[in-house]
Design a binder for this molecule. Structure first.
Ligand code: AMP
Ligand code: ZN
Length: 113
């Protein structure tokens, strides 16, 4: 848990969120400013800054996150596919410094800019 991290506070329930999934290592919730009809964020409970903060210690955790994505997408009713986005660092447009995978889909899915 990082004191000044928005997503750590969401995990700790200090800031409200619309949770869609939780287990001992992962947490998933609805994006507050959805860019499509379905927009979910999947995060590790462990505070990792970004893909740039990964080490080989995180191998199993990352695999677990990736494997969870299609399951969560199906739970959201996305039967014919979904988009996954991971922004890394300022150059990648990352705004929250706690690793997160976006799941987007359904109606109003925007094109890439
Ligand atoms: P990124 O730009 O990849 O760092 O994505 C951060 C995402 O967090 C954006 O899509 C925001 O809409 C979303 N976001 C920011 N604050 C909150 C919040 N309090 N609850 C849920 N999602 C949030
Ligand atoms: Zn954090």
């Amino acid at each position: 848990i990082m004191d000044d991290c928005l997503f750590c506070k969401i995990i700790a329930n200090e800031i409200p969120s619309s949770k869609v999934y939780e287990d001992d290592e992962l947490f998933a919730f609805k994006d507050l400013y959805p860019k499509a009809d379905v927009h979910i964020l999947v995060i590790p409970k462990l505070h990792i800054e970004s893909l740039d903060g990964l080490t080989s210690d995180h191998q199993n955790l990352i695999a677990k996150m990736m494997l969870k994505l299609p399951e969560l997408a199906r739970d959201q009713g996305l039967k014919d596919g979904f988009r996954t986005i991971i922004n890394t660092g300022p150059g990648g447009g990352q705004e929250v410094g706690h690793l997160h995978m976006h799941i987007l889909g359904g109606k109003n899915l925007p094109g890439f800019k």
